[in-house]
Design a protein around this ligand. Structure first.
Ligand code: SAM
Ligand code: SF4
Length: 421
């Protein structure tokens, strides 16, 4: 019997109460009056049908290392809906004993729609980690970000989560116009003192096709300068480092044994299935070929094609070697552990490697102290140094030969629903 190789599963919930002005995730404001039971049931049914379709492609020969419910706002799902998806996965493939089951939560959905008992119900259906979109703990910052919650609601959500779960993450966004580094440091300290095991701190990015993009273009306000961004980043490292958090990925900080297993798997280039609207997946098929998949993006398009009828994927294509190397670099160099380049060269061949990577640039970056090559008993690893991390986007842009660069801007966040070409 084939050995069980770990597999991660990402489940996308594409709706939110409202669309935040900075957000370019595949998230859509719920229709007025809510989604309605029929639409919800159709969506859940569709996700389960996708899981069954994958089961029929020998998913059962893999063990499930993590399940991540991301969005959108998956905390708008009923615990019974989450349970039915987990149940379908469990019937399709064994969950590894350490399987981490994470749900992303928006404070508003939690407090308004479900009340304090929601987290207990989540735990009862198998969720063992939550990630809460706190963003900030000041009402003026939250209003600027167009959030529907207040600081008090975010605190109440964190308190309730910490009573139930050991593994709790909070997302924060820094670099807001007028935000002082000192006030931001106070935010981090207060979250760290609350006992969160994980923090994700994202620099505010002005994404195309968002309300913020239009406002900035019209000159209504100015994003902070690159130098200020770098100062915020350094402050994040200093404050959270002081509280014992390890900066294991450029934006992610964890206490020991608390790294997010799902995201780590994606960044390390392990296989993951993406189910739900607009989800991306990377799967090695039985014959050894690695496939990149994307499902249809809008909820309407996603629901229009039943899994198994040949059209529910927007794309389902082999990952060619140069694209595979680029993806490994984009994702792996975000990690403090870096990437194993001996393994990459062995897998894809020195010729492809030379075709994609500009070694002269690597040498320059090493001389500048921004990147380093480390020889380990298992091979050579490349890492971006702490001095290089604030320049990561620029480094990647130059390391990959220009004609080889994916047609995608290198963002601060990589999420299983957006790691795409
Ligand atoms: C899918 S969302 C999180 C879950 C939930 N929908 C929420 O917002 O509370 C993932 C995270 O990405 C971050 N994010 C989204 N857009 C961003 C942007 N333009 N700049 C910086 N961070 C961003 C936010 O911190 C957000 O919590
Ligand atoms: S940040 Fe979260 S709540 Fe806001 S639109 Fe994006 S996914 Fe939805």
């Amino acid at each position: 019997m084939a050995s069980l190789r770990p597999l991660h599963i990402y489940v996308h919930w594409p709706w939110c109460k409202a669309k935040c002005p900075y957000c370019d995730f595949n998230s859509h404001a719920e229709p007025e009056g809510g989604l309605g039971p029929e639409l919800r049931a159709r969506y859940i049914r569709h996700v389960i049908d996708e899981i069954h379709w994958w089961r029929d492609q020998s998913l059962g020969q893999r063990s499930i290392a993590s399940i991540f419910f991301g969005g959108g706002t998956p905390s708008l799902m009923e615990p019974a809906e989450i349970a039915s998806i987990i149940h379908a996965i469990k019937r399709s493939a064994p969950l590894s004993p350490e399987c981490e089951l994470t749900l992303e939560c928006n404070p508003t959905s939690f407090l308004e729609d479900y009340g304090q008992g929601y987290f207990q119900e989540l735990r009862d259906v198998g969720i063992n980690r939550v990630s809460i979109g706190v963003q900030g703990l000041r009402d003026d910052w939250l209003a600027f970000l167009g959030r529907t919650h207040h600081a008090a609601g975010a605190r109440a959500t964190l308190d309730a989560a910490l009573r139930i779960f050991k593994q709790v993450n909070a997302d924060v966004i820094y670099g807001l116009p007028g935000q002082s580094i000192k006030d931001y440091e106070e935010l981090l300290k207060s979250l760290a003192r609350q006992g969160l095991t994980h923090l994700a701190a994202y620099q505010l990015t002005i994404e195309r096709n968002t309300a913020f993009w239009g406002q900035v273009r019209r000159g209504e306000w100015k994003p902070v300068s690159n130098d200020t961004e770098a100062n915020f980043f350094e402050a994040t490292q200093a404050v959270l480092g002081g509280f014992g958090y390890e900066n294991y990925e450029i934006s992610n900080f964890a206490q020991p044994e608390s790294r997010c297993r799902h995201n780590l798997g994606v960044w390390r280039g392990e296989d993951y299935l993406g189910v739900g609207a607009g989800a991306h997946g990377r799967i090695t098929l039985t014959g050894g070929q690695r496939i990149a998949t994307t499902t249809r993006k809008t909820p309407e398009a996603y629901l229009a094609h039943r899994p198994g009828e040949g059209q529910h994927f927007l794309s389902f294509e082999p990952l060619n070697p140069s694209r595979a190397i680029q993806e490994r670099l984009f994702a792996g160099l975000r990690l403090s552990e870096g990437i194993d380049i001996t393994d990459l060269e062995k897998t894809y061949g020195a010729a492809v490697w030379g075709h994609v990577i500009d070694m002269t640039e690597f040498k320059d970056f090493s001389d500048m102290g921004w990147m380093e090559s480390c020889i380990t008993p298992l091979g050579t690893r490349w890492r971006v140094t702490p001095e290089g991390w604030s320049r990561l986007d620029a480094l990647l842009g130059r390391l990959l030969k220009p004609e080889r660069i994916l047609g995608r801007e290198v963002g601060v966040r990589i999420h299983s629903d957006e790691l795409s070409a």
